[in-house]
Design a protein around this ligand. Structure first.
Ligand SMILES: NC(=O)c1ccc[n+]([C@@H]2O[C@H](COP(=O)([O-])OP(=O)(O)OC[C@H]3O[C@@H](n4cnc5c(N)ncnc54)[C@H](O)[C@@H]3O)[C@@H](O)[C@H]2O)c1
Length: 326
């Protein structure tokens, strides 16, 4: 298949693009490079620098490469930033995606996979969270993902776009070549591993007064390769799916302190943990049930136990100590 991958120079998009190529697809990466890395795009992926809001360019590229499916990762994705600057998130994640959808609909591209997020749920009323749990985002980031999920339902009905929205929980881990390098890095695991590679090992965690057993936030970590497999399975089932929503999570929750402990075990380094204030927009617990994904798409997370995740991310960081700056 000829597949357009938006945001393919970013963390999750680059891994998915590489897996799609391995399976024999032709992949066009479309990224404005606002947070992407040239080095994360493999030699067999055709990279186009462009913004999803640029409908003329998008249309041209889709036509030129006979695009049959779109995987849409491009987004602004820092939760804290969304609380400070919601406008950026509505502009990029909502207006930008609507522009992309306009092109997809007008070219009659009928397959779309959308990167949604566990942030659509807000503070869960029950855990693990199933897809039919009420959605009530506690930050603008989650709200923008929800707006698009709802739009996809109507776009499917009106324009026949078959789509799957994948609500990932915490993407983590690396392949030997591709890893996580956000700037600034707000995600727990790369921050802990960066601290483990510094002599003093100092790291700040955000809040230990949450209503959880040890007071720190509990999250569900899912390996980026397992997320890629969820995309590929969803893509192959799209014609019979219509418009669907799936959680992508491992189903196990780990507190921040539990992840700190596991990082110390895997790396053999001692971390000097300081507790700072809570970050705005952080729910206390986010743990998925991915039963629907397992049942309907026969998805199996193969890399998502915490130790494997940490080992893979640590190996990548050892290989690329300066991330993609090398
Ligand atoms: N990383 C996670 O834990 C996680 C969890 C849930 C959902 N998601 C979602 O998955 C997707 C990928 O996340 P990520 O961690 O890989 O993010 P990332 O920031 O590493 O990658 C996003 C990519 O999109 C590009 N981009 C942003 N705006 C663009 C635009 N207007 N036009 C073209 N390209 C643009 C950036 O340059 C970047 O390369 C996002 O939609 C994010 O919301 C991520």
């Amino acid at each position: 298949m000829n597949i357009l991958v938006t945001g393919a120079a970013g963390y999750v998009g680059s891994v998915c693009a590489a897996e799609l190529v391995k399976q024999g697809n032709r992949v066009v990466a479309y990224d404005n490079m606002s947070a992407g890395h040239r080095q994360a795009v493999g030699a067999r992926v055709h990279l186009v620098k462009g913004d999803i809001a640029d409908t003329e360019k998008l249309r041209r590229i889709c036509k030129r490469h006979h695009i049959e499916a779109v995987m849409h990762f491009a987004a602004s994705a820092l939760v804290e930033e969304s609380v400070r600057n919601p406008h950026l998130f509505y502009e990029n994640n909502v207006s930008g995606t609507i522009a992309l959808l306009e092109v997809i609909a007008s070219l009659k591209i009928q397959r779309l996979i959308f990167s949604s997020s566990a942030a659509v749920y807000g503070e869960p009323k029950r855990v693990p969270i199933p897809e039919d749990h009420p959605t009530d985002p506690v930050n603008p980031y989650g709200e923008t993902k929800l707006v698009i999920e709802r739009a996809l339902h109507w776009y499917h009905q009106a324009y026949g776009i078959n789509c799957a929205a994948l609500r990932y929980f915490n993407a983590a881990g690396a392949t030997p070549e591709l890893g996580e390098d956000h700037r600034p890095e707000t995600h727990l695991l790369p921050r802990l591993l960066a601290a483990a590679s510094r002599p003093e090992g100092r790291v700040e965690i955000y809040g230990d007064d949450y209503p959880t057993p040890d007071g720190t936030c509990v999250r569900d970590y899912v390996h980026v390769l397992d997320i890629a497999q969820a995309h590929i399975r969803a893509l192959h089932s799209l014609s019979k799916l219509g418009s669907r929503i799936y959680n992508v999570g491992h189903g196990k929750g780990y507190s921040i302190r539990a992840v700190v402990k596991a990082v110390q075990e895997v790396t053999g380094r001692k971390l000097d943990v300081h507790v700072g204030g809570r970050r705005p927009g952080d729910p206390a617990v986010l743990v998925a049930t991915a039963r629907k994904l397992r049942r309907e798409l026969k998805w199996q997370p193969r890399h998502s136990d915490l130790k494997t995740i940490i080992q893979s991310a640590w190996a990548w960081m050892q290989r690329y100590p300066k991330g993609y700056r090398n």
